[in-house]
Design a protein around this ligand. Structure first.
Ligand SMILES: Nc1ncnc2c1ncn2[C@@H]1O[C@H](COP(=O)(O)OP(=O)(O)OP(=O)(O)O)[C@@H](O)[C@H]1O
Length: 620
């Protein structure tokens, strides 16, 4: 079997569940959340809780009156024969009718509660998910690349959207049981205060065990999170269309499934051991409750025989005891459940409270508009990486110039673009646009200046037009602008030949979706970059790798014509493209090793000249 073993090194087992997290800290926040989601449903829920709390004691009381009425009626009948007639049964029937009504009310209350609950669950689920997604929009790219953070996000999404309601329902359940217990206590104390004490104490050991195991369950949940993430990922690979081709052809299916099973087996072992311990302790300690109940039973029965209480009272006390015990156990498990929900909710709030850098700059323009882009001694190391991806980069590109970046895979070309677009901050040095540090630029003003297409551009499962329009949100729905951009990006011709033109659904996730060829997708992405008609810096990271040679040549002549007084930056492994640039930079292991135009670099006879000749020879 293929062994992916989720070991404890995947995620350190956190210390005791209670440590560091103040239990019940989140109950108040969950209440606020529910209140903001729907105050009316919450108020209704509170009212129903009170009613549901009082009803059981009322039913038990009426039950006792029925038995006493029966006993009284039997006694009268024995003395007076059937002479009493209807009058004999009247009080009895009235009590029976009342109990019927109370039971009907209890059932109505419970239905209404579950209706409120379903409605709240739907609304809360939506609200929490929107909160999670809104937060996601404020995060930095580095957050998404951090696996621990990603775990938190997945956990928050998967679990926490149902937890706030669960917490509220348990709070309601607790309140309902507390009200019931007070009302039972009020009736039972007439029999003996000791009975009330026994009732309360019998549930305590179960509670202690339950609280302990809830903490352990949460630790397990956290610990297995990386493994669960691997499982989810394997599900995607095995069962999604974009991976299906390779999975089939390489025969990866059984191998991946084996790994999937392996993870399950490992996780199941842990789960099972916890479940068994939890239930064994639950059963053992639950026996205490049973003993307490039957002890009380004997006591009440003897008291009845000794005529200290009536037969009706006996049935009432027994019912109270039995119901009371259920109420104690269910309050205790509600408390331990709340503890668990609190722990889970802590992951939601941990995620929602992830610190994000405040909006950095505020300036909409730089002091030297004709200065263009400058890199000044820029170095950058990816978070968690040992070696810098870029080191001591100095670079200057003026408006109207084009720059090509050349270098081996992994040299640092894309990283340079990520710094230029402020997706990352330099570890040292600075990047300037129009004489102003990128960090001081207002985000929107900066984004409006730059149009960029990365090699791993997004393929949105939307219609063609929107795929192009995504390049500029203002033109997302504007067919005239789609068309204009598509012409610049060389996509117009094939798009117009599609059955529904710009309204054709792309991708396979939705009905009638069409798949495009690699080169066609690239043309769509290129058109997307051209949507930024006001952008004066256009960055294309291997934009034509999947295009045929004719298309590539045409795009670049087109591109140069459009780039008047703009800055064009191209990363390409095709030297036919690269040679057209005004300035060419060769990047090697994070350093700039050569710079100049094509003729200059050929004259130097360095890496560029070697690579160029190598490729040129291939075409001869
Ligand atoms: N998100 C990331 N986190 C950590 N390291 C990264 C990340 N992206 C890239 N790297 C590393 O940084 C180095 C430079 O990568 P970069 O993507 O800039 O190379 P490139 O020159 O664009 O390569 P290619 O020609 O293959 O596209 C590589 O060693 C890569 O492993």
């Amino acid at each position: 079997m293929i062994g992916y073993t989720p070991t404890t090194t995947d995620a350190p087992r956190p210390e005791s569940g209670a440590a560091g997290i103040r239990v019940f800290r989140y109950t108040k926040r969950a209440l606020e959340l529910v209140w903001r989601t729907s105050p009316w449903l919450l108020i209704l829920l509170v009212l129903l809780t009170v009613v549901a709390g009082v009803l059981p004691a009322a039913i038990a009381y009426v039950g006792a009156r029925i038995v006493d009425a029966v006993v009284a009626a039997i006694a009268i009948a024995q003395h007076a024969g059937h002479a009493g007639g209807y009058m004999l049964y009247r009080p009895l029937l009235a009590w029976v009718a009342l109990e019927g009504l109370l039971v009907a009310a209890a059932s109505g209350t419970s239905r209404m509660t579950s209706l409120c609950q379903s409605l709240l669950r739907i609304q809360l689920g939506q609200r929490v998910n929107v909160m999670i997604l809104e937060k996601a929009l404020t995060l930095e790219l580095t957050h998404f690349e951090d696996s621990e953070f990603y775990d938190n996000l997945v956990r928050a999404r998967r679990e926490a959207s149902v937890r706030p309601l669960a917490l509220i329902m348990k709070t309601a359940n607790l309140a309902q049981n507390a009200i019931s217990l007070i009302s039972y206590g009020a009736l039972l104390i007439q029999f003996s205060p000791w009975a009330v004490t026994i009732l309360l104490l019998a549930g305590v050991p179960s509670f202690a065990a339950e609280a302990k195991f809830s903490g352990q369950a949460f630790q397990l949940f956290r610990w297995r999170s990386p493994a669960t993430r691997m499982q989810t990922y394997l599900e995607t690979v095995i069962a999604r269309e974009d991976h299906a081709k390779e999975v089939k052809l390489f025969g990866l299916g059984p191998l991946l499934l084996g790994r999937y099973r392996g993870i399950f087996d490992k996780l199941y072992g842990e789960e099972r051991s916890l479940a068994i311990r939890r239930d064994a302790w639950g059963f053992g300690l639950g026996l205490l409750g049973v003993m307490a109940y039957y002890g009380a039973y004997a006591w009440v029965a003897i008291a009845t025989v000794l005529a200290r209480i009536t037969l009706g009272q006996m049935t009432m006390y027994l019912a109270l005891f039995r119901n009371g015990q259920t109420a104690v156990t269910s309050s205790l498990s509600a408390i331990s459940g709340m503890y668990e929900d609190n722990l889970y909710l802590s992951t939601l709030y941990e995620y929602l409270e992830t610190p994000v850098a405040p909006p950095r700059g505020t300036l909409p323009a730089g002091p030297q508009p004709q200065d263009g882009i400058r890199f000044e001694r820029v170095s950058f190391t990816y978070p968690g990486a040992d070696a810098p991806a870029l080191q001591d980069i100095d670079l200057h590109i003026r408006p109207g110039q084009s720059l090509a970046l050349v270098g081996e895979n992994g040299a640092g070309k894309t990283t340079l673009i990520k710094l230029l677009t402020r997706l990352y901050q330099p570890t040292s040095g600075r990047v300037l646009l129009d004489g102003l540090d990128l960090q001081e630029w207002d985000e929107t003003a900066l984004r409006a200046r730059i149009g960029v297409i990365f090699q791993d551009f997004a393929r949105y499962q939307l219609i063609v037009g929107e795929n192009i329009g995504a390049g500029d949100v203002r033109g997302f729905d504007a067919p005239a602008r789609w068309q204009e951009a598509a012409e610049k990006g060389m996509a117009a011709q094939f798009v117009e030949a599609l059955p529904q033109g710009y309204n054709t659904q792309l991708g396979k996730w939705f009905r009638d979706g069409r798949e495009l060829s690699g080169g066609q997708w690239q043309k769509i992405a290129l058109s997307r970059a051209f949507m930024r008609s006001e952008a004066d810096i256009l960055v294309l990271d291997e934009p034509t790798a999947a295009m045929d040679a004719g298309a590539e040549a045409e795009i670049f002549s087109h591109f140069r014509a459009l780039m008047h007084n703009r800055i064009a930056i191209v990363i390409s492994h095709r030297f036919s493209t690269v040679r057209m640039a005004d300035q060419i930079i060769v990047v090697d292991q994070g350093h700039i090793v050569e710079r100049g135009n094509h003729a200059e670099l050929m004259a130097v006879g360095g890496i560029y000249a070697k690579l160029f000749s190598l490729q040129a020879r291939g075409y001869q």
